[in-house]
Design a protein around this ligand. Sequence first.
Ligand SMILES: [Zn+2]
Length: 195
Amino acid sequence: MERYFRNNLSWGESPAPVDVDVLQTVLDIVVYADDLADDLAEQLDPATGRPILASPRLGEYDARPWLQYALACLHELPDDVVEWAWPRVQKIHERTARVLGMLYHGQTVKVVCPWCDGRAEEQPVGGAYTWKVEVLPSNQVAIVCHGVNCDPPAEHVATWLWGKPCWPITTWTRLAKHVIPEHERAQRARNAIAS
Ligand SMILES: [Zn+2]
């Protein structure tokens, strides 16, 4: 046990089977949260008298005090600072979601849509990942294809959202049957060129 506590950062020495990805994320989140708290504290009017929160010590992995501090600062700061802080908070959220295998709003699904072939405005030849996870106004999670003029046959599309095909999470098992795995797509493309 003594060896375990000698240096909390040397994960390689940990006797416990640890998930390196999760631990790296936990560390990253503490760093992000501390940076955010620091930057926001700098924006505060000194007259507010909010004491500066010291940076996390080595081996401190709970980001909550710095997130709480950042939130408290945001309440005292003007809207433009809040807008500036938002992408950074989002980065923390996405990083957490990725490592936990969570779905999150705006997440790109790494699949080429079988109906529009991934033709996107910025990639008109196709092959782009046009499926995004969206949280619908009804709070349901769905995949929406943002491909140009994506128009699956009626029997394959669950519903439409803003004129785009939309598949709520309850239909994903069915949807998955239409997805062509990446290696198979590449093979088909090669065959098409060869023939
Ligand atoms: Zn599509």
